[in-house]
Design a protein around this ligand. Structure first.
Ligand code: F6R
Length: 256
């Protein structure tokens, strides 16, 4: 088990650092599947990956989550965001890019099919952001570490935070399909990115608080191989100032 925390000065540096993890795996022939997050945190990663001009032949991409109920093609649906920010810039085959179907008539069946596809394929590198609530994917506080892909309710805080992508909070869907914590945990490597002071409390809870579903991102401390990339503002709540790689705190018995 390895969990490293690095504090980097700019989002460009964070983007290049995360991209290096992905590109090293790709170059070594070990990247069959890339797990992608949406939102602001990974934008510079995708820019750095696109700038690298790599060949992505055969690589599959799976998104973490999708809103429920947006009309098909809505520009803020994660299908549209992944298409715009990942598929297009990297020149990926659309048939290899997967996003949960938030418009499915039978959402439970769609969730089960997504979970099965992920299980069969396996994710090599999973990119993650963290919500101010401590969510990863859309696993809000209280999400069991054993959770799988399913429909969830977003917290008011998440709705408010994501309102910046819409005309206002009333336009943000209240429900989403998300990979569960256990689904996310299966990836071989994880890279979590957090930037800005608004993430400082969640980052502290994830890295230094109790390992508990109260902070779903604390599950990272039970994963095998995690790199956390922070800007100074997101790292500002940490009491153990990370000076580069450090050992994870022990996980209390029963928290897994
Ligand atoms: C997005 C996702 C979320 C975001 C998180 C942070 O696919 O799963 O967990 O990563 O809400 O969002 P930003 O990066 O916009 O602050």
């Amino acid at each position: 088990m390895r969990l490293e925390v690095e504090v980097l000065a700019t989002s460009e540096e964070i983007g290049r650092r995360a991209a290096r993890v992905v590109l090293d795996e790709l170059g070594a022939g070990r990247l069959r599947t890339l797990g992608v997050a949406t939102g602001s945190s990974p934008e510079q990663v995708y820019a750095a990956l696109a700038a690298a001009g790599a060949r992505w032949d055969g690589v599959e991409v799976f998104a973490l989550d999708e809103y429920v109920g947006l009309p098909p093609g809505h520009p803020q649906s994660y299908a549209a965001v992944v298409d715009r920010e990942v598929r297009g810039p990297l020149g990926l085959d659309p048939a290899r890019v997967h996003v949960p179907d938030g418009g499915a008539r039978d959402l439970d069946a769609a969730c089960a099919a997504y979970e099965r596809a992920l299980e069969q394929r396996g994710v090599d590198v999973q990119l993650l952001g963290i919500g101010a609530t401590g969510h990863i994917g859309f696993n809000e506080p209280g999400s069991p570490f054993s959770s799988r892909t399913r429909v969830v309710e977003l917290t008011e805080r998440t709705v408010a935070d994501n309102a910046r992508f819409f005309d206002g909070p009333e336009d943000v869907p209240r429900r989403a399909v998300t990979q569960g914590v256990a689904t996310i945990a299966r990836a071989r490597r994880h890279v979590l990115i957090a930037q800005g002071e608004a993430k400082a409390d969640a980052v502290r809870a994830a890295l230094e608080g109790e390992v508990s579903p109260d902070c779903p991102a604390s599950a990272l401390r039970t994963f095998d191989d995690v790199l956390v990339l922070l800007d100074p503002a997101a790292a500002s709540g940490l009491t153990e100032r990370p000076a580069g790689p450090r050992r994870p705190r022990p996980v209390p018995a029963g928290a897994r």
